[in-house]
Design a protein around this ligand. Structure first.
Ligand code: CUA
Length: 173
């Protein structure tokens, strides 16, 4: 059977693209160590009890060690706790580990102007670590359609200089 030269070219290009896509995914999971939400934590949570027991029953900022804080945050219809109403306050140039979960439906967590972007899935904990370089106020939005007031689900993250960070509002571990 004769296959035209251009036909061969397009078949070759298509195969190359498919191989590239598979390669990029493998590269992400191996070399870049990307993870899907929940995998890091290993154990799923029960969304029906997550608000009544454990760290998410008392969401907020905790201190792990000097220069390392963690944030337990609940995304629910239609707010972030903490973050909505009052801004979540964190120190600049400090390691911050976020733990997110949802008791109801899938939400999104995005901080525009940064690379912070995660889905928040009921029954799973999304964990990631970041560092905000300097004092600045960021918006916080839900980017997964989660119901009638999805468009109103937003909050604020206020980054203050390390020296002005008030540790009296921390939650004890
Ligand atoms: Cu929560 Cu959209």
């Amino acid at each position: 059977m004769h296959v035209h030269r251009f036909e061969k070219l397009w078949i070759g290009l298509s195969l190359f693209l498919i191989a590239s896509f598979i390669g990029i995914v493998l590269f992400g999971f191996t070399v870049m160590d990307l993870k899907v939400p929940g995998v890091e934590q290993g154990k799923p949570v029960d969304p029906t009890t997550v608000l009544s027991k454990g760290a998410f029953a008392n969401p907020g900022v905790r201190k792990i060690e000097e220069n390392h804080y963690e944030v337990y945050m609940v995304a629910q219809q239609f707010l972030f706790r903490p973050g909505t109403g009052q801004p979540l306050v964190l120190p600049a140039d400090t390691k911050v580990t976020f733990h997110l979960t949802s008791p109801d439906v899938i939400h999104g967590f995005e901080v525009p102007g940064t690379n912070l972007n995660s889905m928040v899935i009921p029954g799973q904990i999304a964990t990631f670590t970041t560092r905000f370089p300097e004092p600045k106020t960021y918006g916080l939005i839900c980017h997964e359609y989660c119901g009638a007031a999805h468009h109103n689900m937003k909050g604020e993250i206020k980054i203050v200089p390390k020296s002005e960070f008030d540790e009296s509002n921390l939650i004890s571990r």
